[in-house]
Design a protein around this ligand. Structure first.
Ligand SMILES: [Mg+2]
Length: 276
């Protein structure tokens, strides 16, 4: 009996003991359940990680030391920062400029927008303060840890699929205590393409060993997460905390959420995207 048990343990792998009360319970469930594996892919920035909150804190920090930014309203500077960041981030993803150049250029552009001017040294100094404040404020979106734990408990394989630099996202995942809650981290820099390119979603599916129709994508970006996932046949749940209008009602959306909690309710919505 012990011999058979050892073979079975080896065949079901290291995930066996993660969710169930005892290895034997889990083993019986797995052996009696012929269901194919299922998975949830999550975007990171502004879905699991509260990038918006960090960016606001960082803007507040540089407004305190830069008169040109202090004279504009908080919302105006935040809006400008978001727009400039989005535009420059695309140039980083395409490899046109590196992250340090991007951070400095953002400060030049931000000051320019509000009638200020910066020397190279000013831009470096502001970028440093922005970065320091941004790193110091980082938090997950409320409910993120509990939601990932609940989905894992429901036997979903989990991955984060994100457009950014690999080192940056790995460090962020560790700092936010997200690394141990997901099975895979798929970063655009490592794959060579960014969402919505089909390749990055296909890599995530391959690494998790699942098919598109067994998978749900959850993300805040309509153009990257939702359009990208639907394009490869992955049902998509739009995380839409600011309650924007659905940009394209002809696109089959599997669900919409405005927060990551209450945990059970959100996990149910994600589950229903696969089992309507
Ligand atoms: Mg996002």
């Amino acid at each position: 009996m012990a011999y058979i048990y050892a073979i079975l343990m080896a065949s079901v792998g290291p995930t066996l003991t993660q969710n169930s009360t005892t290895p034997t319970d889990s083993l019986i469930v797995r052996l009696m359940s012929p269901k194919p594996p299922k998975a949830v892919l999550f975007d990171l920035d502004d879905t699991l990680f509260d990038h918006r909150r960090s960016a606001r804190g960082a803007v507040e920090a540089i407004r305190r030391i830069e008169p040109a930014l202090a004279s504009a309203s908080d919302e105006e500077v935040n809006q400008a920062n978001r727009e400039i960041l989005e535009e420059i981030h695309l140039r980083v993803l395409s490899g046109e400029i590196d992250v340090d150049q991007a951070r400095e250029e953002r400060m030049f552009r931000l000051l320019e927008r509000f009638g200020g001017s910066a020397t190279q040294a000013d831009a470096v100094r502001l970028a440093f303060h922005y970065r320091q404040a941004y790193q110091g404020i980082r938090e997950v979106v409320p409910g993120a840890h509990a939601l990932l734990a609940e989905l894992r408990h429901r036997n979903y394989r989990l991955a984060v699929v994100t457009n950014n630099m690999t080192a940056e996202q790995e460090e962020k995942m560790r700092t936010l205590r997200l690394s141990s809650l997901v099975d895979e981290l798929v970063v655009s820099e490592a794959i060579g393409v960014s969402k919505p390119d089909a390749k990055i979603f296909r890599v995530a599916l391959e690494w998790l060993g699942v098919r598109p129709e067994q998978t749900v994508m959850v993300g805040d970006s309509w153009s990257s997460d939702i359009v990208g996932a639907v394009g490869v046949g992955i049902p998509a749940v739009w995380y839409n905390p600011l309650r924007h209008e659905v940009p394209d009602t002809t696109l089959p959306l599997a669900g919409q959420i405005h927060a990551l909690e209450p945990t059970t309710e959100i996990a149910d919505t994600i589950q229903q995207a696969l089992e309507p």
